[in-house]
Ligand binder design. Structure first.
Ligand code: ZN
Length: 257
């Protein structure tokens, strides 16, 4: 099967070089997703450009809570995201993946849902001026309900996508841990689906295993994506703590894509 095969640079760790990206290119990957949490992310952008990859970015999220009800914290998040979006534009990046954040004071749910929608809308407008698609990603909800993770359900996700005019990045690992149906999610998203993050896990934790080492990909998602004529990136997001670059590039499932 031929897909638009991408690799998340999280998968190869912070300590990577131009020759690593050249190997990724030789292995048939067409795009890379720069990991905004890497201190070397700007360097990765240069390497990606030099290798003529399609470029996307996973925006940073640690200590950056997009749905915080604290105004000055929220402003800081917005300015950090805008700085990355304009940097990505310098390298002609096409998409940026964003997390919705987490609310710990559940009694402020209405307020935080509103600020999240306002901030996503503002960032999406900003991204569009640079021809960048902002992709709002599904997360694993907190089953204890002590915190509200955005988005916490398929319904809430689609509602936010529509209200903010953003598009969807569907993470299959998150979906498997959430226990949601893949086909139902894809058909509900329809045209909103613009990117897929792929990794395997045991259905309990988001382990970012290679395909076949867990149960999340027992039914090959790529077959269904081909069936519905999906034409977006499929981004392998594989644990850098468990595997080496060669493990990824030589993996049979990834080789046949
Ligand atoms: Zn993510």
């Amino acid at each position: 099967m031929i897909i638009d095969k991408w690799l998340s640079l999280w998968s190869i760790g912070e300590d990577h070089s131009l020759s690593d990206l050249k190997l990724i290119k030789q292995a048939g990957f067409t795009g890379v997703e720069i990991w905004g949490e890497h201190a070397v992310a700007e360097k990765s952008l240069e390497y990606a450009k030099e290798c003529d990859f399609d470029i996307g970015m996973h925006l940073p999220f640690k200590n950056l809570n997009l749905s915080t009800v604290n105004k000055s914290e929220g402003e800081q998040v917005l300015s950090t995201m805008k700085r990355w979006l304009s940097k990505l534009a310098e390298f002609e990046g096409c998409h940026a993946v964003i997390h919705g954040g987490t609310l710990s004071e559940i009694d402020s749910l209405d307020q935080s849902s509103k600020v999240l929608i306002d901030r996503l809308t503002e960032l999406n407008d900003y991204a569009r001026t640079y021809n960048i698609e902002l992709l709002y990603e599904n997360q694993i909800p907190d089953k204890s309900r002590r915190t509200h993770v955005y988005p916490t359900s398929l319904g809430e996700w689609v509602d936010t996508l529509k209200k903010t005019n953003t598009k969807a990045c569907l993470d299959l690992g998150h979906l498997a841990v959430h226990g949601e149906s893949f086909k139902n999610t894809v058909s509900t998203l329809g045209e909103l689906l613009k990117s897929v993050h792929i990794s395997d896990n045991d259905g309990i934790s988001d382990l970012h295993l290679l395909p076949g080492e867990g149960i999340a990909l027992n039914e090959d998602p790529l077959d269904y994506l081909a069936e519905i004529d999906y034409h977006g990136p499929v981004v392998f997001e594989i644990s850098p703590y468990k595997y080496k670059l060669d493990d990824i590039l030589e993996h049979p499932f990834i080789l046949k894509c």
